[in-house]
Design a protein around this ligand. Structure first.
Ligand code: MN
Length: 307
């Protein structure tokens, strides 16, 4: 049991390497908290006017969850997928034993772009399996009755929220849901006491208060478990993202775009990407790929929870 917590995880600015020249805000992994449920990574890129060119790069052992806020993103992968994605739509890519993909903004000119990208670590039963790609354009929505003001609208992006289930494929008990609150509203979002949760304030003017904590934009408030609801109120309106799930018990080793369990697995994946192994396939339509960075001169170790 983790217990109910209220701990602010401040995102940090991270320059993306390779040929990308973008800075992103990264809230997960946090040095004291490698996962929230099976969520192991959270980046926000934007808002910015940018020409995004994330060239082909590999993944293992995780799912990428791309949730655009503004602008359109083109996804291509080594399974032959080629999908444009915009607000309200979910791209879910399951790496399994290996996949590669690219992400571009639409068109040749800079466009207004803002998106969240999460990674979900795969359990033992799925992490050696086949890769997959899904695009969901019709995610379920529900209303959360207001305590004051207007009812909130929720979109269930991944897993289950308030008894409503997303059609996207998941491998662990998990929730990812977007919540839209109108100005002057207070709601109590239902949570599962056996799961841990966090809330991110994606956008909001005025004061947004979560569990009696005044939350800044891009702040991620970790709530622990043992809660059956959390109160959220806003003076001017807010967009929030709920993430959580069953606490993920395996210790994971994350490096670059890989999630594994041991140093050796990561080294092997890196070598196979550099050797252009069939494990990661090829993404059509590209002349360049992102090379793996050098490994650090130490053994890669799992990060453990120190909260
Ligand atoms: Mn990627």
């Amino acid at each position: 049991m983790i217990g109910a917590r209220r701990l602010l995880l401040e995102p940090r600015e991270v320059p993306l390497g390779g040929v990308r020249g973008m800075t992103v805000l990264r809230a997960l992994p946090h040095r004291n908290l490698p996962t929230i449920g099976a969520w192991c990574f959270l980046d926000r890129f934007g808002p910015a006017d940018t020409r995004m060119r994330v060239e082909p790069h590999p993944h293992i052992g995780l799912q990428t969850v791309t949730w655009p806020l503004v602008g359109e993103i083109r996804h291509r992968d080594s399974l032959g997928s080629d999908a444009d994605l915009r607000r309200g739509q979910l791209n879910l890519m399951t790496a399994g034993n290996g996949i590669s993909h690219s992400e571009y903004s639409i068109g040749d000119e800079p466009i207004p772009l803002d998106a969240l990208q999460f990674w979900v670590v795969l359990p033992e039963s799925a992490r050696h399996g086949e890769a997959g790609f899904e695009r969901h354009t019709d995610l379920p929505t529900l209303t959360v009755t207001a305590v004051a003001g207007t009812d909130a609208e929720a979109t269930v992006v991944l897993g289950e929220f308030a008894g409503v289930r997303s059609p996207a494929t998941v491998h662990t008990p998990i929730v990812g849901a977007e919540i839209v609150l109108a100005a002057g509203s207070t709601v109590r979002l239902p949570l599962r006491p056996e799961w841990e949760h966090a809330l991110m304030l994606v956008d909001g003017d005025g004061d947004v208060v979560v569990a009696e904590h005044l939350l800044d934009r891009n702040g991620l408030l970790y709530l622990g478990d043992s809660r059956d609801e959390v109160e959220v109120s806003t003076t001017e309106g807010a967009l929030l993202f709920v993430l959580g799930g069953e606490p993920f018990e395996d210790e994971i080793v994350m490096w670059w775009n890989f999630a594994g369990r041991t140093h050796e697995e990561i080294v092997a994946a890196r070598e196979e990407w550099e050797a252009e192994s069939a494990r990661f396939g090829t993404v059509d339509g590209h002349d360049v790929r992102i090379p793996a960075p050098p490994l650090p001169p130490v053994r890669l170790m799992p990060r453990s929870r120190t909260l």
